[in-house]
Design a protein around this ligand. Structure first.
Ligand code: IMP
Ligand code: MG
Length: 173
């Protein structure tokens, strides 16, 4: 297994997170926000992001995973749902990476049924080439090509989440 050179360094990530936080702060203009982090991958990004958002907010967490087999494009499991009632609230969903879009789309549709006042999405990485379901990313960090990345919360078999930067992961042959 090989971890490549950083694709995004600690400094690049921190600058982008600050920029996203400032945009979010400006857009919500003092309105209250419920920030929902999609675990496990988004834990690190969310914890940095909320520290650069300057509106009153509450936080919640949803644990989700998706798996793909030959007959489906991806089936999403919700292992642990949020605890807050989001009806009538401004909700911001935070995801580490949007790949096929299946996970986010599933959670988005589930949340819309709960009638929030608004529902927006913040994704750190966008692997556009792989998209199967179209989901709007209101606040986007970086576009990346179709490579597998780890670090800054992102994993391979639940490992490498603790890397402070994002790097390409290559399985050795
Ligand atoms: P989607 O449902 O296909 O959009 O998958 C999104 C989820 O797949 C993310 O939350 C990640 O957990 C995982 N994922 C997709 N691409 C990568 C990657 O390059 N590295 C690590 N995890 C990834
Ligand atoms: Mg994940």
């Amino acid at each position: 297994m090989v971890i490549g050179r950083p694709l995004f360094t600690v400094d690049q990530i921190q600058a982008k997170v600050k920029e996203l936080g400032e945009k979010i702060t400006a857009d919500y203009g003092g309105q209250e926000l419920v920030v929902v982090s999609i675990l496990r991958g988004a834990f690190m990004f969310t914890s940095d992001l909320v520290r650069s958002i300057r509106v009153p907010l509450t936080m919640d967490f949803i644990v989700a995973s998706s798996y793909v087999n030959e007959s489906t494009t991806g089936k999403v499991s919700i292992h642990c749902d949020i605890r807050e009632n989001i009806r009538g609230k401004n909700v911001l969903l935070v995801e580490d990476i949007v790949d096929t879009g299946v996970t986010l789309n599933h959670i988005r549709e589930m949340f819309f049924q709960r009638e929030p006042k608004s529902l927006k999405i913040c994704g750190l990485l966008d692997k556009k080439e792989r998209r199967v379901v179209d989901v709007p990313i209101d606040y986007k960090g970086f576009d990346i090509p179709n490579i597998f990345v780890v670090g800054y919360g992102l994993d391979y078999n639940n490992q490498f989440r603790n890397l402070p930067y994002i790097a390409e992961f290559k399985k050795s042959t």
